[in-house]
Design a protein around this ligand. Structure first.
Ligand SMILES: *Cc1c(COP(=O)(O)O)cnc(C)c1O
Length: 382
């Protein structure tokens, strides 16, 4: 698809989403069908034969995703982890090796360490912010360098272009999980990544009402291989879920601007607060990845983590005292969320190299009126 050099939000609203040819419907219809009438044996009307293989609502989403990431092929899945599983079992074979960030998303770590390891995949967890450590961890059978930036929940930053150079010299693929940044803030394919992964559950969907995943690549051959596996493995996004993500995407740009602005105001509150220890946010000049983040991101996102001087007990207390921030897992929705990674999202990595500090709290700053967010956090911290 051609984006005609259009801006991000124009593509978000129009790419893959021409008015319905039959009725003129401006919103892409939810094609809630499993199969399609054939005009004679093998005579497909529009290329659709069965909705695992392809469905028009999903196609619209897949084209929009490709346009937003600057890729040539987008694929929509039932969840972020379904997308990851399909990707890893497309590009790797048993006996291959992958490098994972040492603070990878817990579900990604569990998929590799507890599921794909049984299938024969080898892995090493490395600090991706340290390119020498990445080079040192490469093996002859390294097929994938898996990058998250910013990372979850420590908001570490990795140099996508630097990792792309290492991956291509090693004959490996660079995969970037772009869930935290969203394509509005960061375009990994343009920095040399081979594949972008999303949990569309988060910022792309944006309304905490759908679970979904996506892959986007700039390589047509790889895109075909991924599409073959998407159909063969079958973990596709259903039409209604695809439609919800498509609707969310239309406002991604305006939502992200507000998420970023609100996050900056919350960071200002936390920085001066006596109850708060460290504030982890890539927009801070003191953040070790700040210069790279400033170069490869449009803005610094809506995620913030911070530690409490009062330790784990104080961290748990803040999570319970907030009223407007909702205590819950997930992120990237319009409503602000708070969570305790050590006991919630990252409980499954306790005791591993990915264990997170017990005094850590993570915020997904929503798009409510910022004064209300500040008032809520201030009183919970008091
Ligand atoms: C949520 C998340 C995933 C997994 O996506 P699901 O849609 O929950 O399967 C992967 N990576 C990151 C960074 C996430 O936040």
């Amino acid at each position: 698809m051609s984006d005609g050099g259009q801006g991000f939000s124009t593509r978000a609203i129009h790419a893959g989403q021409e008015p319905d040819p039959l009725t003129g419907a401006v919103a892409v219809p939810i094609y809630q069908t499993s199969t399609y009438k054939q005009d004679g044996v093998g005579g497909l009307r529009s290329g659709y034969e069965y909705s695992r293989s392809a469905n028009p609502t999903r196609t619209a989403l897949e084209q929009a995703l490709a346009a937003l990431e600057g890729g040539v092929r987008g694929l929509a899945f039932a969840s972020g982890l379904a997308a990851e599983d399909t990707l890893l079992r497309t590009v790797c074979r048993p006996g291959d090796h992958v490098l994972l960030p040492d603070d990878a998303y817990g579900g990604t770590f569990r998929l590799v360490a507890r599921v794909l390891a049984n299938w024969g995949l080898e892995y090493t967890a490395v600090p991706l912010g340290d390119l020498d450590a990445v080079r040192a961890a490469l093996r002859a059978n390294t097929r994938v360098i898996w990058c998250e930036t910013p990372t979850n929940p420590l908001l570490g930053i990795a140099d996508i272009a630097g990792l792309a150079a290492i991956a291509s010299a090693a004959g490996a693929k660079l995969v970037v999980d772009n869930t935290f940044a969203s394509p509005y803030l960061q375009q990994p394919l343009s920095l040399g990544a081979d594949v972008v992964v999303h949990s569309t559950t988060k910022y792309l969907g944006g309304h905490s009402d759908v679970v979904g995943g996506a892959l986007v690549t700039g390589d047509l051959t790889l895109g075909e291989e991924l599409a073959f596996h998407q159909n063969a493995m079958g973990a596709v996004a259903g039409p209604f879920d695809a439609w919800l993500v498509l609707r969310g995407i239309k406002t991604l740009g305006v939502r992200m601007d507000r998420h970023c602005a609100n996050a900056r105001a919350v960071v200002d509150l936390l920085l001066g607060h006596p109850a708060v220890g460290r504030v982890l946010y890539p927009g801070l000049p003191t953040h070790p990845g700040h210069a790279i983040a400033a170069a490869q991101m449009r803005d610094f996102g809506g995620m913030i983590s911070f530690t409490l001087r009062g330790g784990e007990e104080a961290a748990l207390k803040v999570c319970e005292l907030v009223q407007l921030f909702t205590l819950g897992e997930s992120l990237g929705g319009v409503e602000s969320l708070i969570e305790h990674p050590g006991r919630m999202t990252h409980a499954s990595v306790a005791g591993s190299a990915l264990e997170v500090p017990p005094d850590l709290v993570r915020l997904s700053v929503g798009i409510e009126d910022v004064d209300d967010l500040i008032a809520d956090l201030s009183s919970a911290l008091a």
